[in-house]
Ligand binder design. Structure first.
Ligand code: BJW
Length: 249
């Protein structure tokens, strides 16, 4: 299987990869769903919606501040490294990530589309005229929760996409462009959150060879051309060995 897939990943191949929380699992970042997932102990509607933020910004910020503290101690793993190497090697490579953790960027990946934003960016919830649309703030932990806008003194919010919020139109357009590819890999995502979950199906409809890498099967598995079951950090490493050393067994 990996040998045949490695052959498809030839130097002129147009490659698009969609990643989810499973890609960062080996770095020690909790996933959302599953036995040890974040939603096991926290209800999404209490924490990851605009209504939750409006109702209790302190609670929501405590959760994000806690996750930022965890993330600040984590490093990219072998899955991030392989994808970063591909982004430098292939002329036509796009990485669409649902992850907000910034680990793809820290691994040196080029052409990353952050589908659900970044936990390291913030924006003024008043949309005040004195502040940029969004800005980087890597303060860990925040000295005051909820943190305030340095310009208007109102609340700032995490630069992520919550349930019920639309995907940034420019992000949507760039992602749609990347669906015209030869190979579309979906890696470490439960494939249940839309519209991200529809991307692989659209890529297949446009003619891409579609591959899933996941430790378990998902609603997408049986609809794709190839489903590889196993940890992303191991499967992508094995694939990279076969691409760079064709005699590798
Ligand atoms: C491994 C591994 C290893 C573990 N190796 N694998 C159509 C149908 C039904 C519902 C909807 C629909 N369209 C829209 C909706 C509503 C909603 C939605 O999808 N709900 C479903 C859950 C039912 N979608 C939205 O609300 C979206 N907005 C929208 O559609 O707006 C419409 C609109 C238009 C115009 C104006 C206004 C509105 C927004 C969705 C935003 C999602 N946000 C979150 C939080 C981000 C911020 C934060 O981090 O706090 O994004 S939720 C959470 O889920 C996060 C993730 O990016 C996302 C996906 O999760 P992911 O990455 O798949 O993680 P897990 O944990 O689910 O899965 C991990 C996987 O890894 C598992 O499969 C493991 O097996 C695997 N794994 N170790 C390989 N080592």
């Amino acid at each position: 299987m990996l040998v045949q897939l490695a052959r498809r990943l030839h130097p002129d191949a147009r490659i698009t990869v969609l990643t989810g929380a499973g890609v960062s699992a080996a770095s020690g970042v909790p996933t959302f769903r599953g036995p040890n997932g974040l939603w096991k102990n926290f209800r999404p509607e209490s924490l990851a919606t605009p209504e939750a933020f409006h109702r209790d910004p302190k609670l929501v910020w405590e959760w994000y501040d806690w996750r930022r503290q965890i993330l600040s101690t984590k490093k990219p793993n072998r899955a991030h490294e392989v994808l970063a190497a591909w982004s430098r090697r292939y002329r036509d490579f796009t990485l669409i990530t649902q992850n907000v953790d910034g680990l793809h960027e820290r691994a040196g990946t080029r052409n990353v589309i952050r589908f659900h934003g970044s936990i390291w960016e913030v924006l003024c919830s008043n949309n005040c005229s004195g502040s940029p649309a969004r800005w980087l703030d890597e303060t860990v932990p925040f000295p005051e929760i909820p943190p305030k806008c340095p310009h208007c003194g109102g609340l700032i919010r995490p630069g992520v996409v919550w349930f019920g919020e639309g995907i940034d139109p420019d992000v949507m357009r760039r992602s749609a462009d990347a669906l015209d590819c030869d190979i579309f890999l979906t890696v470490g995502t439960s494939a249940v959150v839309y519209p991200a979950a529809s991307l692989v199906h659209e890529a297949k409809a446009r003619g891409a060879y579609t591959v899933e890498v996941n430790v378990e099967s998902t609603p997408a598995s049986r609809l794709l051309d190839l489903a590889l079951q196993g940890p992303a950090e191991e499967i992508l490493h094995g694939l990279e060995c076969r691409i760079t050393r064709p005699s590798y067994t």
